[in-house]
Ligand binder design. Structure first.
Ligand code: GLN
Length: 492
């Protein structure tokens, strides 16, 4: 079969269980596509063909023996931020260029236990800091819709791999939008779960109170399958929550769009940098949901102006603390011929970290330093609480909140936005992480340059099933999620 890459996760699972094709055939099909097409897209940092084929053979044996799970034998790609035993994990940084983890992240352990086949590790912004994936030390990844554009970030490799049909689905992480924004830029569906829903154990930490892993795929249905595997309490992550996990696949039709109250924040649609095509496509998608029976309710989110400054104090502060462990002694890159211990620290870190990571370490260390702690860090924490309360107040009157995922479509590679300009592009995603809420991106059309536009729906705590269900029904009534970039149409 030449078109295995066009099948949904459900179709792949059916095909495998009915022995229409084997996991080995499917895995070889993807490996062939990666070999041919990825040199143009550059989504993979590491491809692991031998391990993938061994896993595929084990999956085929399990399928034959009748002890397969729903997803046994289906391939996926992991963002290079998830620790993988025996396979390099770089987090896009030179400082971890030679790092091989002695253990698997819980998410990876779970995908393995479910019989999923790991194709490899995909590119990302260095330590997940960025919105373009250009800050990766291995270089930029291309957007499959326009190769001279970025796929977004930080999970840009995950998004590009799926959008070019170089993996059926992928894992990502989202600290301030890194699942939703690249999903938006590449025309995919991506879910950022409630903080605590998915274990952070073995995920290279950026900002620990904001980091959360989630699925990136073509549709809400595909995302639901991966959520069923990765969600759940983990004793190894003290912030993961002991709460029963929904069956996200079974619940795909569980929420009625009829009567659903969708909040439209006044402040969000008046943001200065909001592109007119993005605004129009998002409004059209909301009209569609209205036709399907939803009610649009105008709401106020008065803290909108505080999102960017608050996030860009808290996230760098946590990062500066998390990244202090990379000292050239215990992990990763070490400078050559250090004169003494201080020289070893200084040069290993200056040579090992890229400019954006260094910028954030500086900002974060400053915000946490003795004389400024109260004025910056503590104040930001107080504002963070107000932002959360703003959302909770809104949820008294609406079921979900709608927003663009990003104010623009994908940027050109090398557009070299100045840092503040880039930070402002995170306006629609970062507050969700500050509040710990779940949110989803769904593709809702294209701009004048044929670049994808995304609608974001933000839910109350633990509403992952509801978000997936709403998007699933939208996708039953529209076909944006079925559109493929020209490069994905190519056969290997
Ligand atoms: N763009 C945001 C940042 O640079 C979000 C990144 C993320 O979610 N990892 O911090």
């Amino acid at each position: 079969m030449t078109d295995l890459h066009r099948l949904s996760i459900r179709e792949l699972a059916e095909g495998l269980s009915q022995a229409k094709f084997s996991s080995r055939e499917l895995t070889e099909h993807y490996l062939k596509r990666i070999a041919k097409i990825d040199p143009l897209v550059k989504s993979y940092v590491t491809v692991t063909p031998e391990q993938a084929l061994a896993e595929a053979d084990a999956a085929d044996a399990a399928l034959k023996a009748g002890n397969a799970t729903a997803l046994t034998g289906i391939p996926l790609a992991h963002k290079d931020i998830f620790c993988t035993k025996g396979i390099k994990t770089t987090a896009g940084s030179k400082i971890l260029d030679n790092f091989i983890s002695p253990y698997d992240a819980t998410v990876v352990e779970k995908t393995k236990a479910a019989g999923l086949v790991t194709l490899g590790k995909v590119n990302m912004d260095e330590f997940a800091m960025g919105s373009t994936s250009e800050s990766s030390y291995v270089g930029a990844t291309s957007n499959p819709w326009a190769l001279d554009h970025v796929p977004g970030g930080s999970s840009g490799g995950s998004a590009a791999a799926v959008a070019a049909d170089l993996a059926p689905f992928a894992t990502g992480t989202d600290t301030g939008g890194s699942i939703r924004q690249p999903a938006s830029f590449c025309g995919l569906t991506g879910l950022k779960p409630t903080y605590g829903r998915v274990s952070r154990f073995g995920i290279i930490a950026y900002a620990s109170s904001l980091d959360q892993a989630g699925p990136m795929a073509r549709s809400a249905e595909d995302c639901a399958y991966l959520m069923n595997v990765i969600a759940g309490h983990d004793a190894k992550d003290s912030t993961s929550v002991k709460k029963e996990v929904d069956d996200y696949v079974a619940n795909l039709n569980g929420t009625s769009v009829k009567g659903l109250r969708i909040g439209i924040p006044k402040q969000y649609f008046n943001v200065a940098g909001l592109d007119t095509d993005v605004k129009t496509r998002v409004e059209e998608s909301l009209k569609k949901l209205e036709e399907m029976g939803a009610t649009l309710v105008e709401i106020d989110l008065n803290m909108t102006e505080a999102y960017v400054p608050t996030y860009y104090l808290i996230a760098p502060a946590e990062a500066s603390s998390n990244l202090s462990r990379y000292d050239g002694v215990r992990y990763g890159y070490r400078c050559e011929n250090p004169a003494d211990l201080m020289d070893l620290y200084k040069r290993s870190r200056s040579e090992g970290f890229g400019p954006e990571v260094q910028r954030r370490i500086l900002i974060g260390t400053y915000a946490l330093s003795a004389g400024y702690y109260d004025a910056y860090y503590v104040k930001a924490q107080k504002v963070r609480r107000l932002i959360q309360q703003d959302f909770l107040k809104a949820f008294e009157n609406v079921d979900v909140i709608a927003a663009p995922a990003a104010p623009t479509t994908a940027y050109k590679i090398g557009a070299s936005l100045d840092p503040v300009e880039m930070y402002l592009g995170d306006i629609y995603t970062i507050a969700v992480n500050l509040a710990g809420l779940p949110a989803i991106n769904a593709p809702v059309g294209f701009d004048k340059d044929n670049l994808p536009v995304g609608l974001q729906l933000i839910g109350n705590y633990w509403s992952e099933s509801q978000l997936l269900s709403i998007v699933h029904q939208y996708q039953q009534n529209t076909d944006w999620h079925t559109k493929r970039a020209a490069i994905a149409e190519e056969n290997a």
